[in-house]
Design a protein. Structure first.
Length: 292
C-alpha cells in the first residue's frame, strides 16, 4: 500500500476545488446503495499517475500540442507510419511502463475485494488497473503492454519487443520531447529515419500494439461480454472520462435504458451530465478514497 501514500502527480490534472462534503456524502450514499457496481474508467483516473490525457482543458494533449494519435488505417497501410510510431514508442516506453497506480486505482481494487464492485471496464491502455491488482476487469481498448502480429496473431510482451528494438538499433539514439497518453514521445522525421522495426518472429508479419487505435473498432465479442456484465449490475459509476468516444459511451446509454442510477466523477463536462443521477467535479484520487 506504499503507492497509496505517494503524492499524486498533478502536472496533467486540470485545476479543481477540493471535494465538497455534500458531494462526498452523495457519492457515499450512491455507493452504499449499490450491491453490484459497474465501473467505467477513462484517462482522468490515470492523470494523477503522471500520464496525460487527450481532452482535459489546458493540460490535455489536444490543448498543449497539435499532435494527434496514430490512425489504424495509416498504421496498417504505411511502413513509414509504423516506423514513426515504433521509434517514438521505443523512446517513450521506459518512462511510460514505469508509471504506477494511484489511490483511485487502489480503491477500486479494494471495492472488488469487498464484493462491492461487480465489474470494471477501463478505456485506458496503461495497465495501471492490472498493476493495482484488479481482476474483474475488461480492457476495452486493449493494453500497450502486449503486442501481436496482424498476420498470424502471435503475441509477445511489449517489454520483450523493447529488447528486439535495442538489438536492431544498437547505436540509434533520440532525445524525447514530452510524452503522449499512449506512451510515445515527440520526435522529428529526421530522428526516426534510420530506426529499424522488427517483423513477427514467426511469420514476418506486421507487429502492432494490442490496442484499439483511433479509427478502429472494438470487437463485437468484447462488446457483448461487457453488455452482459452491465446487465448483471445495479448501478454505474464513470470515473475520469468525458465519454466522448462512442465505444465507451454506448454502455452509459445502455445503463440509462435499463434505468440504472449513474454517477459521474470527472473534472469538466461529460456526455452523460444531462442524464446522470449524480455529477461530481473532483479528482478521482482525492474523492474515491473518502468513500467507505
Amino acid at each position: 500500500r506504499s503507492v497509496s501514500r505517494a503524492s499524486p502527480n498533478l502536472t496533467f490534472v486540470p485545476a479543481c476545488l477540493p471535494p465538497d462534503p455534500v458531494e462526498v456524502e452523495e457519492l457515499q450514499h450512491f455507493v452504499s446503495n449499490s450491491k453490484r457496481l459497474f465501473v467505467m474508467t477513462g484517462a482522468g483516473i490515470s492523470t494523477e499517475s503522471g500520464i496525460p490525457d487527450y481532452r482535459s482543458e489546458g493540460v490535455g494533449l489536444y490543448a498543449r500540442t497539435d499532435r494527434r494519435p496514430v490512425q489504424h488505417a495509416e498504421f496498417v497501410r504505411s511502413a513509414s507510419a509504423r516506423q514513426r510510431y515504433w521509434a517514438r514508442n521505443f523512446v517513450g516506453w521506459p518512462q511510460f511502463s514505469s508509471h504506477q497506480p494511484n489511490k483511485a486505482h487502489l480503491v477500486l481494487r479494494d471495492w472488488e475485494k469487498l464484493g462491492k464492485l461487480h465489474w470494471l471496464v477501463t478505456q485506458n491502455v496503461d495497465a495501471l488497473h492490472t498493476k493495482a491488482g484488479s481482476q474483474r476487469m475488461t480492457e476495452l481498448h486493449g493494453c500497450t503492454h502486449r503486442v501481436f502480429c496482424l498476420a498470424c496473431g502471435d503475441q509477445i510482451l511489449r517489454s520483450e519487443l523493447q529488447e528486439h528494438f535495442e538489438a536492431l538499433n544498437p547505436s540509434w539514439k533520440a532525445e524525447a520531447f514530452g510524452v503522449a497518453p499512449d506512451g510515445d514521445v515527440f520526435l522529428t522525421d529526421e530522428q526516426v529515419r534510420n530506426f529499424q522495426v522488427p517483423a513477427c518472429r514467426k511469420c514476418g508479419g506486421i507487429l502492432k500494439p494490442d490496442v484499439t487505435f483511433f479509427g478502429d473498432t472494438v470487437s463485437q465479442e468484447k462488446v457483448r461480454f461487457v453488455h452482459q456484465r452491465l446487465a448483471e449490475s445495479d448501478s454505474m459509476l464513470v470515473a475520469g472520462s468525458s465519454m466522448q468516444v462512442y465505444s465507451g459511451y454506448r454502455f452509459a446509454l445502455a445503463a440509462r435504458e435499463k434505468k440504472l442510477p449513474i454517477a459521474v466523477l470527472n473534472i469538466g463536462p461529460t456526455r452523460l451530465d444531462h442524464f446522470a443521477s449524480l455529477k461530481l467535479n473532483s479528482r478521482c484520487g482525492e474523492l474515491l478514497p473518502l468513500i467507505v
